[in-house]
Design a protein around this ligand. Structure first.
Ligand SMILES: [Zn+2]
Length: 151
């Protein structure tokens, strides 16, 4: 059902919220990963190409049969693309009046050159997948980034 969307949402299963690189490595090491990623992407967003404040996003692959998730790499993302990735959290922030949810949807629509209905469908799909995945305990692998983990 996912047609070619350039920018997609990817919700981390509830059961894995704290199993990520950022929370695993010491802040100084994370800073290094972050800076290297920004340089790799020419200090632009890896999805929409915009400049400005960047976020270092972890790319995970989920194996839904084995319930094994693996870190595949990092991508530099602008604030809005990052909010789309974590659309669940964006909703929480919006509910607290801390951000404008509509601007996030508008960004999705603009980057993907689609309509609001496509956003709604995609969001629904992503939330369904998220509740499915959140029912399982996931084994986490850091792949080639395992070496970044503290001893
Ligand atoms: Zn972007």
């Amino acid at each position: 059902m996912d047609r070619e969307l350039k920018l997609t949402a990817e919700l981390v299963p509830k059961t894995s919220w704290y199993n990520n690189m950022r929370k695993t490595v010491p802040p100084r090491k994370w800073d290094k990963i972050r800076r290297r990623t920004y340089a790799e992407y020419g200090h632009r967003c890896g999805v929409c190409g915009s400049k400005g404040r960047l976020n270092c996003h972890e790319i995970w692959h989920y194996d839904d049969h084995r319930h094994f998730q693996e870190l595949k790499g990092f991508i530099a993302l602008c604030d809005l693309c990052h909010h789309v990735k974590h659309i669940g959290f964006a909703g929480v922030l919006a509910a607290r009046g801390k951000m404008d949810y509509e601007s996030v949807i508008e960004h999705f629509v603009r980057v993907n050159d689609c309509d609001w209905k496509t956003f709604e469908e995609h969001r629904q799909e992503v939330f369904d997948r998220w509740s499915q995945r959140s029912q399982h305990q996931w084994e986490v692998g850091f792949g080639e980034y395992e070496k970044f983990k503290p001893e």
